[in-house]
Every structure is written in C-alpha cells, then in structure tokens.
Design a protein around this ligand. Structure first.
Ligand SMILES: [Zn+2]
Length: 510
C-alpha cells in the first residue's frame, strides 16, 4: 500500500510537469478608445497540449452572488495560429469557446469586451479610468484553473498608473503574474491617473489606498482613522494573512464594494466624509469590505470554494459571511473610538426594525435567505407584490448580536463571538485549509458557549418570532417593542447587575 501510494504520487508529479506547468497563458489587455467602453484582449497561448482547448468566461464575480453572464459582452472572438492563419472555434455552451488547434501548440485568442455599467462587480472603461474586473475580462482554460497566467496592461488616454493586488514582473512595465486563475480572478486592476493617500503599516505590513478624483480633504486624518479600525480588526482575529493590502477606489460616486484576499474595490470620495454621520457610514462601509478578507475570503463556508465560475456557489451561510461582517463593521469602528454607543445601538435599531417591519419574516428563514440570494437578489425581493423574503444584512447582524450576548452570558463574559470567529479562522482556514460546514459552525458556537443555544439556532432555521429582550438583558439592554408602532429603540436598563455591566462594557470595547 505504502509503495503504491508513493509511486502514484511520483507519477502524478511527473505528469503535472509534462502536461501542466509548461502551458503558458499571457493576456495583453488594452483600451485603445476608452470612450467606446471597449477592452481589447489578446491571449497568447503557448506549449498547449492536446488538439482542442476550451476557454470559458465566468458567469459571476465571487463576492457578488448574482449571475452577470459576462460572456454576452464578448465580441469579435478570433483565434490565429503562429503564422497568422485563422483557426476554427465553436461556442460550447453559453459561456464557452471550443478551439480546434490540432497539433499547433501556440496560438492567439483575441476578443473585445463591451462594458456598459460602472459597478464594482463589472469591468468598465471610459475616458476617466479603466477598471478591469478580471471575471468579466479574462477567459480561462476549462478544467485548468490551477495553471498560472501573465497579464500585460497597456494603458492609453495618457494614463500613468496601474493599481492591482497582482505581483508585478520585475523589469517589465505593467506586467503581472498570477499563480493560478483563482488568484487572477481575485485581483482587479485599476488604470488611470491615480492618486495614493498616505499609506500606513500595521506590524510592518503596508496598507494602501489608491483611487482617482478623491477630492480635497484631510487625507492624513482619514488614513489615521482607517488604520485604527483595521488595527481593531486584526486584533480580533490575531493574524494578518497578507503581505500587502490595497483599498482601490474605482469611482468617486456610489458605495458598492467587493472584497478580495488582499484588496477591496470600492467607491470613495473625500466629499462623502465631510459630515460626521456620513464619515461614520463610510468608515463602516470600508470596515465591512476590509473585514471580509477574514470573514468570507478565509473564514468561509465550505461551499464557497473552490469557486464554480460556471454556476455560482450556493450556501446556507451568507448570514455568517455577510450578516456577521455587518456586525463586525460596527465593532471595528466603535472599538476604534470612531463611533459612539448611541451610534452602535442605532445601527442595530435600524437592522431590527427593517427586519421586523417586513412581511417576509413570516415566510423566509435566515438560512433560506442565504441560499436563495441568487434568485432573490442580495437584499431580498423588494418589488414583488407578495414580499416573501428577508435580508440577511438586517437579520444577520441582529442574530449575531444575540449570539454574542448569549455566549458572554453563558461564559461569565470570558468568551464572545470573537472567540467563535478566531476558532473558525484557526481551525478551518489555518489548520484544515478549507471552509467549515453548517454542523461545524454550530459545534464551534456550542463549544464556545458551553451551552446548546437551541433557541438561537431556531432563529436561523425557522421564522420563529425573535425574543430580543431576553438576550439584550444579558448586557443590561432592552429594546422598545411595545404598542402598535414600536420604536425599536435600544437603551440601557436601570440598575444592571455586575455581570450585565461587565458584558456591556466589554461588548462596547470600553
Ligand atoms: Zn459584504
């Protein structure tokens, strides 16, 4: 058995070297006429094995759980051999192209990508900037996501800068490598005349903020705040898993964000942080996108990897990946001293009232909202006459708060939801190098609390009415649910006992 196994392993390694690593894929992406909103892509393939190769375009962008069908934007698909003769191809399904290259191992695939909408999950180019969302620009060789790729960016329009989380190739301008196609698809590229805000380091690791038209504002003050909340985030998990991190602003307008392993693509303008309230909202938003590099990219449901670029990945656990990221965005900002107790309680008031006022709470559980997001949309259906959906962005953080209070109460405030997140990170991401199942998540929560917490799990898997006050009381808080029109205002109870005071204090980070 032992001998056979090691022989099989050796054989596997040899064949990988012979058939796998030698194949080369080099993309050159240009934008010769930005005003037309088109990218042009040349994919040079060399040392390709076999006589046919299928290329595919992802149908979605991880982080945005909706079908975007990027292949429909591909035009003028052509393939030429090394001599410049046209090779035959045919469509293989709605997002694939099968190329018959026979024994010719080198050929070039060319196509144009039409872009229509400026949005973080989409590629977009106009006279102001080019945003290369890789899932919408680069095809991948079917079944060979593990192969490396090179990208050469050709800026035009007098643009000077390229920003990306990809590693650059020394000595070659605007040339980058990805160790595999998952890394490539996780690494958007921004091209334009870009500005960088004052960078900072945490434990020696650089954090950058790059964008354009960010406006006039106190840039150092803003980055000082960002450093504070990121420090809180890294302290919660106790590890910084990347070598560098970049916030990339693709537009001064709007507030969409997509998380990646070592970067996030957002919209940002200095104008949006002029008023204290909107400044806090922006800091919450950036904290959310930042914390995602832990929660969803690394602390992840087992279903969210490897990515299925053809069909999307469905999971019952987006209430953890998104809902608890909302929960932690509040705490990164609060514990960094950038929002007040009143702000924090107000955010939960907003989430709870949005959930409680919706009709959908009678029909859809948190688990179902997670799984059905692909058909319902990220915030639940809003326009249907019969509104039977809820948003995990509202119920998720609310239930997260109840779990946190229950764990703190059961453990005499020795443990909290932070311990659950840390355990998931260490055990599944660092240790087992995979995501966790629903059963494993439950096990970690139950072990942390030292109690079954059945009622709280009912709030995830059923539409049972939520008893907020039972759990808020553990922290000496209460919510106004009285009368026909409750205010949902959360406030401190009179005369809390020592444990209630202690729980509230540490929950607030004071
Ligand atoms: Zn999110």
């Amino acid at each position: 058995m032992q001998v056979l196994r090691s022989m099989a392993l050796a054989g596997g390694l040899v064949s990988l070297q012979l058939t796998g690593l030698a194949q080369k894929f080099q993309f050159t992406v240009s934008m010769p006429q930005p005003a037309t909103h088109y990218f042009h892509v040349d994919l040079q393939c060399s040392d390709i094995k076999g006589e046919t190769t299928e290329f595919k375009m992802p149908v979605w962008t991880p982080g945005y759980y909706q079908r975007l069908d990027f292949a429909k934007n591909v035009e003028g698909f052509t393939v030429k051999n090394a001599k410049g003769d046209t090779l035959v191809w045919e469509k293989s399904g709605h997002n694939g192209w099968q190329i018959r290259h026979g024994k010719q191992s080198s050929f070039t695939v060319s196509y144009n990508v039409k872009t229509t909408r400026l949005f973080v999950a989409n590629p977009y180019v106009d006279e102001e900037r080019a945003f290369i969302r890789p899932t919408g620009v680069f095809v991948y060789p079917a079944g060979k996501l593990d192969l490396p790729a090179t990208v050469v960016v050709k800026p035009s329009n007098g643009w000077r800068n390229v920003a990306t989380g990809l590693d650059s190739v020394r000595g070659k301008p605007f040339t980058y490598t990805a160790s595999n196609f998952d890394v490539l698809f996780d690494s958007p590229i921004l091209v334009g005349n870009l500005e960088e805000l004052p960078a900072f380091t945490i434990k020696g690791i650089p954090h950058r903020f790059i964008g354009y038209k960010m406006g006039d504002f106190d840039k150092q003050g803003f980055m000082d705040d960002l450093k504070k909340l990121i420090t809180v985030g890294t302290d919660i998990i106790g590890d910084i898993p990347y070598k560098h991190y970049t916030f990339m602003s693709i537009s001064p307008n709007g507030m969409g964000g997509i998380e990646q392993l070592n970067s996030t693509s957002v919209s940002f303008s200095g104008q949006s942080i002029e008023k204290p309230e909107s400044r806090r909202r922006v800091l919450n938003f950036l904290a959310h996108e930042y914390f995602h590099h832990y929660n969803v990219k690394r602390i992840r449901p087992v279903e969210l990897g490897p990515f299925d670029y053809d069909n999307g990945n469905h999971t019952n656990l987006l209430w953890v990946s998104e809902g608890l990221t909302v929960y932690y965005e509040y705490f990164l900002v609060k514990r960094a001293g950038l929002s007040s107790e009143a702000d924090l309680l107000n955010y939960f008031k907003g989430n709870i009232s949005a959930y409680e006022k919706g009709v959908g709470k009678q029909y859809q559980s948190l688990q179902q909202a997670s799984f059905n997001t692909w058909s319902d949309g990220p915030f639940g259906r809003k326009d249907d006459k019969v509104n039977k959906t809820i948003s995990y962005y509202d119920k998720g953080p609310a239930i997260g708060m109840l779990f946190d209070f229950a764990i703190r109460h059961q453990t005499q405030n020795k443990k909290s939801l932070d311990d659950v997140m840390r355990t998931l990170y260490r055990k599944y991401y660092q240790g087992l190098k995979r995501g966790f199942t629903e059963a494993e998540l439950q096990e970690v929560i139950i072990q942390t609390a030292g109690a079954p917490l059945d009622e709280l799990f009912d709030y995830i898997y059923t539409t049972k009415e939520v008893d907020y006050n039972k759990y808020l009381a553990y922290a000496g808080l209460s919510i106004d649910l009285a009368g026909e029109k409750p205010t949902y205002t959360i406030s401190r109870m009179a005369n809390p006992d020592a444990l209630q005071q202690q729980i509230l204090k540490s929950w607030l980070g004071e």
